[in-house]
Each structure stands twice: as C-alpha cells, then as structure tokens.
Design a protein around this ligand. Structure first.
Ligand code: CO
Length: 151
C-alpha cells in the first residue's frame, strides 16, 4: 500500500469528468487500497480518484471506522429527504460550506470482486456518497454551497 498525493483546488484534474472502469485489474484494486490508506492518513471520510490524479469513476467512503465502501462506477439510484449541513473536502483544506443534500440515498456500484451491489446511507453517510460521486463529474461542494467559510 502507498499513500498518494492529494490534488488541491486549482488543479484542472478536479474539474474533469471521469471515465468508467470496464475491467477490474490489479491496478484498480491497488488503487482502492491506496485510496483507503490516503483517506485515513488525511483523516477524511471519503476520497475520489480524481483527487489523487486518476480520472476514473472510483471513490471510497468511510464514515464509521472500519465500514469502508469501495465504489467502482457508483451511481445514486434513489434519494429522499433533505439535510443542510457543513462539509469540507481534502482537496480544499481550510474551507467549509453548508450544502443541501438528500437525507437518504441508495448507491449502486461495482465492488472490488466485480459484483454490482447497493448500499443505502443516511445523514453523514448520504452526504459522503453524494460528495464523492460529485467529484467524478468535476463537481466540488463549493459549487452548490449555500455559504462557504474559510478557516
Ligand atoms: Co471532496
């Protein structure tokens, strides 16, 4: 496993649309391992592949320690309710914003075994799913934030 460098705001990579993954190669599973390690080392609860310079549709989320979602080609297939909470991003250190997100979401994605699975989350987990999947389309939380605060 290796810790990767996190791309910071201002880098074009964060604004690109990522390509889907067709085949889960050892390179992809290594990337998942490295992304989880990088997210944990940075004390984050999610990380998307473009944040480490890879333009593929891959994201990891860990809101509850040990409960890791490694998502390949994730899609939000259901959403319900709304929440307005503060969020930040490892690519925008020192910035925080209030965003409006669904309270509950269901995500469909391919796991590292190549199986298509679904996961549902509420509250912070729902927000993390939305935030990370937005990254795969070049969308950052500040784009839709009701207000942005700087540390
Ligand atoms: Co982010």
């Amino acid at each position: 496993m290796a810790k990767l460098k996190i791309v910071k705001y201002g880098d074009d990579t964060l604004r690109k649309t990522c390509r889907p993954v067709d085949t889960i190669t050892p390179r992809i599973t290594t990337l998942l391992d490295d992304m989880v390690e990088t997210m944990r080392a940075a004390d984050g609860c999610g990380l998307a592949a473009p944040q480490v310079g890879i333009l593929r549709r891959i994201a990891v989320v860990e809101v509850e320690p040990g409960e890791v979602y490694e998502m390949i080609n994730p899609k939000i297939i259901a959403r319900a309710g709304t929440q307005e909470e503060t969020e930040g991003c490892l690519s925008l250190p020192g910035k925080w914003g209030t965003t409006k997100r669904p309270m509950h979401v269901t995500v469909r994605y391919t796991n590292r075994q190549g199986e298509v699975v679904e996961a549902s989350g509420s509250g912070l987990l729902a927000r993390a799913f939305c935030h990370e999947i937005d990254h795969l389309d070049g969308v950052l939380f500040i784009d839709n934030a009701l207000e942005v605060m700087e540390e």
